[in-house]
Design a protein around this ligand. Sequence first.
Ligand SMILES: Cc1cc2nc3c(=O)[nH]c(=O)nc-3n(C[C@H](O)[C@H](O)[C@H](O)COP(=O)(O)OP(=O)(O)OC[C@H]3O[C@@H](n4cnc5c(N)ncnc54)[C@H](O)[C@@H]3O)c2cc1C
Length: 384
Amino acid sequence: MPIHEAAGTAPRFSSYDAIVVGGGLVGSALAYGLRRRLDRVAVLDEGDVAYRASRGNFGLVWVQSKGMGMPRYGVWTMTSQRVWPELAARLLEESGIDVHLEQHGGLHVLLSDEEVQARIAFMTNLLAQPGMSQYEWKLLDRHELADLVPGIGPDVRGASWTPVDGIANPLKLLRAFHTTFQRNGVDYLPRCAARTVGRQSDGTFVVDTPCGPLQAPRLVLACGLGNKALGAQVGLDVPVRPQRGQIVVLERTRRVLRTPVSTLRQMDEGSWLIGDSQEEAGYADREVSLPILGTLADRAVRTLPALRDVNVVRAWSALRVMSPDGFPIYAQSDTCPGAFVATCHSGVTLAGAHALVLAPMIADGALAGDMAPFSPRRFHVQAA
Ligand SMILES: Cc1cc2nc3c(=O)[nH]c(=O)nc-3n(C[C@H](O)[C@H](O)[C@H](O)COP(=O)(O)OP(=O)(O)OC[C@H]3O[C@@H](n4cnc5c(N)ncnc54)[C@H](O)[C@@H]3O)c2cc1C
């Protein structure tokens, strides 16, 4: 059964404690967390026409590389990595779905001596930033790497490794959130897009939808690329743009890769994902392209030559939700207090923090002071 048919389809109320616009990974994690504090929560979503990164991603729960230029983001990512096991356990208990969280460490494979030198410099500078979270990392040589990745290719020079990286199954994660909605009484409303959002003089937000007007004192914009237009209606500047990513999927094999590589992972059921490109392709082109897929596949085969004999079963592209500096945007509106926005390009990694740390702040009506670096005010400062 498609995910969107697993939950109710009509609003039970005209007034909610919180309305979350967007039922992808960001909106779903927040709605899940809000429901732990609030009685009436609705999630508005579009139908199959939507741009939905949440259904096309790689599923890394990833720490290494995150936070260069914004150490607070590195800390936030570590926060999420730490609470992820609690989220996975709760989802298993409340939905019966195992999201296959595996946090046994992760690798960034290096295919030349130049890549090795650049990686050492990058990781050293990343972790030397004032206020940055600290975690163990090592540069593994070919021989050390061979213990973690059996059959490593002759081109591989080494890899950076941390114990804090991991993976999950992103479709099962989305499905688990949506299943809890059904069981915990969150109104998930597919094909019920927010057309406009506005705030009345008494502070209540009114959302115009095809299901009729819906009201709430809290409005959470978590609708990915849709945040830009809706944010402007409640005083929130959300300068997001699409960034295309392509992924190649190989057929199932016996599970051999337990330690994921940033561009190569094996799913819990045995299929392989090779990823993922970062292309400024706008909205117009959502197709896959052979040159990009070929580049991705080439790197994967150089990493693990045995993959040459494993069949490609599909490939897809999806649009990331990207801010100008690549970091998340979290903010409450100054002019329309009670309206929040949340958007990021690592919605799997940050699902733990969104559900268990950010959602309680929104339920309480204020973001903690240390969330200030994520405000879109930073773009105005940069512009000035
Ligand atoms: C190729 C690729 C690989 C990735 N790999 C990873 C990874 O390994 N790890 C990781 O952490 N992240 C990864 N990501 C990023 C991750 O997928 C996104 O951060 C996450 O899915 C964003 O979720 P979202 O809910 O903000 O947006 P979306 O998934 O785009 O969802 C937005 C939702 O809002 C709805 N919507 C839009 N407008 C409206 C409206 N007006 N009213 C109601 N609903 C509306 C849409 O219908 C949609 O369901 C990857 C992304 C891509 C594209």
